[in-house]
Design a protein around this ligand. Sequence first.
Ligand code: ADP
Length: 472
Amino acid sequence: MSVRLKLTLWYSAVLAMTLLVFALTLNFVLGHDLRASVDSGLVAKAGEVIRSIQVVGGFPDPVERVVLPNVDAFATPDTFLQAETLSGQVVAHSANMGSQLLPLSKNALAAAAAGKSHLETVGQPGQRIRIYSQPLIWRGETIGVLQVGRSLVPLDSTLDRLRVFLFLGGLLTVLAAGSLGWLLARAALVPIDRVTHAAAGVQEARDLKRRVGYRGPDDEIGRLVHTINAMLDRLQTAYNRMEEAHLLQKRFLADASHELRTPLTTIRGNVELLQRAGQANPEMQKEALADISSEAARMSRLVHDLLLLARADAGYKPEMTPVDLAAVLGEVARQGAVLAGPVRFAADDPESAGLVMGDIDALKELFLIILDNAFKYTPPGGQVSLTVRQEKHFHVVGIADTGIGIDPAEQEHIFERFYRTDRARKAGGGTGLGLAIARLIAEQHQGRITVRSEPGCGSTFSVWLPGLAEAW
Ligand code: ADP
């Protein structure tokens, strides 16, 4: 059953119930009041007649007589008067009754004998008469009964007409209200239908850029549209992010396979060369073996880096403990001195560094990647320095070189996976994964890496690590 039909039926049912209660109450109250007014009219009329009764006779006539007034003077077209003795003999009755007489019931007679008045309704439905019987008392004794009757036909027919009117009026009102409710429900539900269609359109078109159009007040419908659109916004963002991640993953896989294939091709070529002419040419054999060895080393570096990234992508997080940054930098400086080769290397006394939350091995790897790059991209005779300073709540480790530098346009890309600048390609070595790993480690430590560089002059990489809260 549609909401529209349900709403209309509920609405009509409630209205019908209300009208029914109203009609019953009106019928009861009006009927009661009308009957009460008839009764009081009868009582008043009887009082008038009784007040007009005269007693004649007495001195000098020894016999006194009770003389009834002319009852016709009190009768109206639908009010009948009748006086009778207790034995039921009619003494007088109004002319408007014709040959008919008002019945005197046993109850009325008994009440009159007891000196009480009595009210009753007699006759068939459609011909009912309300009769008020009042005892005629003279000298303390009931000598007869005065009856005042009124036909209830006008009252009954008024009430009947009222009932018919209430029934038909109620029925028509319910039908009209139901039809109007049906139209109103449609009008109220049209915006919801529109929203449903628009949302279905978005779903069918599989176009997350589409939105549900709505121009109207910020009512229930407005809020529904707003919520759906906000949901679509979030869906679109999530979908875009997923698609971006998927693309990155695909590119990463393609780059990784390519990077792995290059050394493999070199190794296979050298092996084939060795198989064909290795024995005959010891010089060539030496060169081929050196090639194989360096390519194998490059491959194992690459696989190590790939594994590290893959683990991070799978959600692996290093275990964080309070780490003495000075100790880590001391170790990095020692290894740096070994790696420096023909480049001059100077390291700050790291004693000023404090504690950070982190993983010792990951932090060492981070600094060594940047330091290794600095040595790699600095020509012999150049200078590399390792410094540490504090800025607000951060420890800032700076690794500066006087090397080949990085073009400003390339600086934002060097942290991407497999990205290598043309200058670096010429310089050889490297996998293009080092800085991607370095950034990942920095982010895992709630830190970041910034770079300042000028082509031909050198670069400075700064690693920002938040200090341990207790240390500040
Ligand atoms: P790679 O293995 O090629 O060094 P990285 O991810 O470590 O890969 O670095 C990405 C690129 O950033 C490098 O190829 C190089 O072009 C550039 N780069 C990184 N460090 C320096 C530096 N100290 N001086 C100049 N270029 C740098």
